[in-house]
Design a protein. Structure first.
Length: 368
């Protein structure tokens, strides 16, 4: 075998290196994997002014409907359970149709009799008209009038019988209880073989996704609550889960213990927030025209360069992303800074790693 000299070896190594470089250049670069950063947050609630109050409440469905049969009967089948999702038009329960079917058959027989009576009355009136046309003196005018009245009465009886048949057939169709809209069964008050009356509650159904917090406000503080007031919501059974609410309903009458019921619509609630869940609602009470400052940790503040103002990152639960929000502050109190403009009670603010975030970036919340 012929020996290869050092020069040839160097040329071979150079050629191999060049080939590897060309191959690497021809391959498309691997796109970087997007990393969803975990962030620590706090809910804006502690004011530098105003009155912060916390109330215990319960999550309720924003839209609830009680379903019942429109006819009485004996329940034959119950096809859904509490917690089950349903779709519009789905059969939820059935009554025993035996009695309703017999009623349809009975009314059908009445319709047949009414049709026969109507046909007889029409034939008799036609016969008398024929005789009167051949010989006017053969049939009296009174007989003709009576025959015409009999035709009208028979027609009305037939119309009534047919209306009863339509009602009986409709009642038979109503032996099936159908879902009026998409939703979730939250309560069931019926079992098979149970005798039920018309209008008796069978199920409670609520529309998925629309949630409210029901809270009672003492009479001494209800005057400080107004429609549109924002609040923060915490859920003891869901560590780390926070949300925002907006007061959308204030009762005009006091309930138990002279407390006034109010409701807050929950923004961006996820599937874990369900009816019956306990919640703690934080409200900053005061004149809705006055401006209030909020205390947030100093670590939440980002400093703008040049003409850019200082900012914080507010977490938007609807899109699981942060929004860069310009703020105005008026001083430091301990480890907190007082934010006068840019934040509202209930806002979820990032408190760590602000320098590594960008506006609109997807993030996930760390458990508190």
């Amino acid at each position: 075998m012929k020996n290869v000299g050092p020069a040839a070896t160097a040329k071979l190594a150079f050629a191999l290196g060049l080939a590897l470089m060309l191959q690497a250049c021809s391959e498309p670069p691997v796109p970087p994997t997007e990393v969803i950063r975990s962030v620590r947050t706090t809910v804006v609630s502690e004011p530098a002014s105003g009155k912060l109050r916390r109330y215990s409440g319960v999550v309720e469905a924003a839209s609830t409907s009680n379903l019942s049969f429109e006819v009485p009967g004996n329940v034959q089948e119950v096809l859904v359970e509490v917690g089950e999702s349903i779709r519009q038009g789905q059969v939820l329960a059935r009554l025993d149709p035996s009695d309703l079917s017999l009623n349809v058959e009975a009314v059908q027989a009445n319709v047949g009799q009414a049709e026969a009576l109507s046909s007889d009355a029409e034939r008799e009136y036609a016969r008398l008209q024929s005789f009167a046309a051949r010989d006017p003196g053969f049939v009296s005018q009174q007989a003709l009038d009576q025959a015409r009245v009999s035709v009208q009465a028979a027609a009305q009886g037939l119309s009534y019988a047919r209306s009863r048949l339509r009602l009986a057939e409709r009642d038979l169709q109503r032996a099936e209880l159908l879902a009026p809209f998409d939703g979730v069964i939250t309560d069931r008050s019926v079992d098979p073989f149970q005798e039920v009356s018309r209008g008796q509650k069978m199920f409670a159904v609520h529309i998925e996704g629309a949630m409210e917090a029901a809270v009672n406000i003492p009479e001494s503080e209800i005057k400080l609550v107004y429609l549109g007031l924002k609040g923060g919501l915490h859920f003891p059974a869901l560590p780390g889960e926070s949300s925002q609410g907006l007061v959308t309903e204030i009762s005009s009458a006091a309930g138990a213990a002279n407390a006034f019921p109010i409701r807050l619509t929950i923004k961006g609630s996820d599937a874990r927030i369900r009816p019956g869940l306990t919640t703690e609602v934080s409200l900053l009470l005061g004149d809705n025209e006055q401006s209030s400052a909020y205390l947030v940790p100093l670590s939440a503040l980002g400093f703008g360069a040049g003409s850019d103002g200082d900012f914080v990152y507010v977490y938007d639960p609807d899109v699981s992303a942060v929004r860069k929000t310009l703020v105005q502050h008026s001083g430091i109190r301990g480890d907190n800074i007082m934010i006068e403009q840019g934040l509202d009670a209930g806002d979820i603010v990032v408190t760590a790693g602000v320098s590594f975030l960008q506006d609109g970036q997807q993030v996930r919340l760390m458990e508190q």
